[in-house]
Design a protein around this ligand. Structure first.
Ligand SMILES: NC(=O)C1=CN([C@@H]2O[C@H](COP(=O)(O)OP(=O)(O)OC[C@H]3O[C@@H](n4cnc5c(N)ncnc54)[C@H](OP(=O)(O)O)[C@@H]3O)[C@@H](O)[C@H]2O)[C@@H](O)CC1
Ligand SMILES: [K+]
Length: 494
């Protein structure tokens, strides 16, 4: 799914109005009906609902939502903040449509701001994607009052005061909703950690905007959906054999860190690789042979760390990093490996940390190699610091494009940057996966997919998605706090 900027969404709206064709007031009605459908499906206990509206189209949505909820017998109280003299035409029309059904309270001064009770819902329709400046004055006061209350706030399209495509200042006043119900496509802000408390749990509702506009309008940003990946899962042919599914090589483990490479190796096999060899220091030999009899082991001559550049000819993909350590002899091995590569590679953990400490190595990393840093590792690779998450995203894009690499920046919505400049935000996973070994599992999955011949960009996007999917299934079984990396492996399957 494409993620558009506010300007593109506005153009999408206008394109749909012109080409479907549909009147803008009817499109607003569609959006409001979609919001109410979501609301009623989730909250049918008829708690009191307060709707706070601005005077733009977001406020117009709020008024239409009020009318539809009243028709469904919800107890609705409507407030409009008078922040301008004249509302938009669709706001005005919805005001007229609502008038006969309920009394509307105008907020023209601070004393008219209501208190929001704890067992009520506040539907936030003050400001939407038309935000042009931070919320101030009366609107800011209303927002503050909502945030200070214990009511459950639900934002229409986007939290009032939150910029969709650019960072807010830390002092900006923004609604902190429990939920955001966004129309048609997510906003870039939904993927930024710094915006988390201003987004809450977000859901998309379709309002039937033009499919042809979506198809023909370019954007660097995408949100991964299961439907977009369905073509990547293929049934195995009846006469296939283990040689049909590639031979992966994983390099990692060191004294005290053998668990990392064991987890990677298990995940690699579960991703469907036909054969797996693990190169590990001699201290890991018994550990690997015992814990994973399905894998072959290439023991390094060194007892504690990896030092030997393997003969890479037999392997269709290589993964290096989990538990690797940063010994100087391992560094030499990594240098040798990078200069002799012919197959696709995943670089993770200490492989990335070694590269960060020896930045010249970055230029030996082949095109389309997959890097899987968490933000701290990425910052070390960049050797630079970002001011905010939007700048981090821009730096990620530039880095991947300039070096022609695939970078999976791990997080709640892992951002996968491709050499073509696109960024793909993942849609699966949960905070239970923030646990030791989770990243090792991801490295194993992607290496296994590469070994089976999946193109690197697909392997990165699909692997991250399936890793999160398995984590979601695991969390359902054992709860998020109890989840450990092995549970992710046990739930793998597609
Ligand atoms: N596109 C779609 O697909 C659909 C969109 N729909 C809905 O429309 C919403 C966007 O509506 P919108 O463009 O009218 O903007 P909205 O956010 O209501 O603001 C209104 C005006 O407020 C002003 N203003 C800005 N900042 C301000 C501030 N800090 N404090 C005070 N005032 C401020 C600014 O005007 P200005 O003062 O700058 O001239 C702005 O124009 C969208 O989020 C969705 O809910 C659906 O109905 C149908 C399908
Ligand atoms: K809003």
């Amino acid at each position: 799914m494409k993620v558009f900027s506010v300007n593109q969404i506005r153009a999408w709206d206008a394109f749909t109005i012109a080409h479907e064709p549909i009147h803008s007031i009817d499109l607003m009605e569609r959006a409001s009906v979609a919001f109410v459908k979501w609301f009623c499906a989730h909250f049918d206990d008829r708690c009191p609902v307060t709707i706070i509206c601005g005077m733009g189209n977001n406020g117009g949505d709020g008024l239409a939502i009020a009318r539809i909820l009243i028709q469904k017998c919800y107890a609705v109280q409507v407030y409009i903040v008078k922040h301008t003299e004249k509302g938009t035409p669709d706001f005005a029309q919805n005001l007229q449509r609502l008038h006969p059904q309920t009394s509307i309270q105008w907020i023209e001064q601070e004393a008219q701001i209501p208190t929001f009770t704890s067992n009520s819902f506040v539907i936030d329709a003050l400001l939407g994607s038309g935000l042009t400046r931070p919320a101030t004055g009366l609107i800011a006061k209303v927002i503050q009052q909502v945030n200070d209350s214990e009511a459950t706030a639900i934002s229409v399209d986007i939290a009032s005061g939150l910029f969709a495509d650019s960072p807010n200042a830390p002092s900006d006043v923004i609604i902190k909703p429990a939920y955001t119900i966004a129309f048609q496509c997510p906003k870039l802000a939904f993927f930024q950690p710094q915006c988390a408390e201003y987004v809450g749990e977000w859901h998309l509702v379709s309002i039937g905007l033009s499919e042809s506009y979506e198809a023909q309008t370019p954007t660097p940003y995408f949100y991964t959906t299961a439907a977009a990946l369905s073509s990547l899962t293929k049934a195995r042919k009846k006469y296939s054999h283990k040689g049909s599914f590639g031979h992966a090589l994983l390099i990692g483990g060191s004294y005290g860190k053998m668990g990392s490479i064991v987890l990677s190796a298990k995940a690699c096999l579960r991703s469907g690789a036909g054969l797996l060899t693990v190169q590990a220091p001699r201290c890991g030999y018994d550990i690997l042979q015992t814990s994973l009899p399905e894998a072959m082991v290439l023991p390094d001559w060194h007892w504690m760390v990896n030092t030997t550049v393997p003969d890479i000819k037999p392997y269709s993909a290589i993964g290096i990093g989990p538990g690797l350590g940063q010994d100087p002899q391992t560094l030499l091995m990594l240098k040798g490996l990078l200069s002799s590569l012919t197959s696709p590679i995943v670089l993770d953990a200490d492989a990335l940390n070694l590269i960060s400490k020896h930045p010249d190595l970055l230029h030996s990393v082949p095109k389309n190699a997959i890097l899987t840093p968490h933000p701290k590792e990425f910052q070390r690779l960049l050797n630079d610091q970002w001011k905010d998450d939007f700048e981090k995203l821009a730096m990620l894009r530039t880095f991947a494009q300039k070096l022609q690499l695939i970078v999976c920046l791990k997080g709640a919505h892992t951002a996968i940057a491709l050499p073509d400049g696109s960024i793909h935000f993942n849609s699966t996973g949960n905070p239970g996966m923030a646990t030791g070994g989770s990243g090792d599992v991801l490295t194993g999955i992607i290496t296994g997919l590469l070994a089976q011949g999946m193109p690197p960009a697909d392997a990165a996007i699909f692997g991250v998605f399936q890793h999160g999917n398995a984590g979601d299934r695991a969390a359902q079984k054992c709860t998020q706090p109890a989840l450990i990396a092995s549970d992710i492996i046990n739930e793998m399957g597609w």
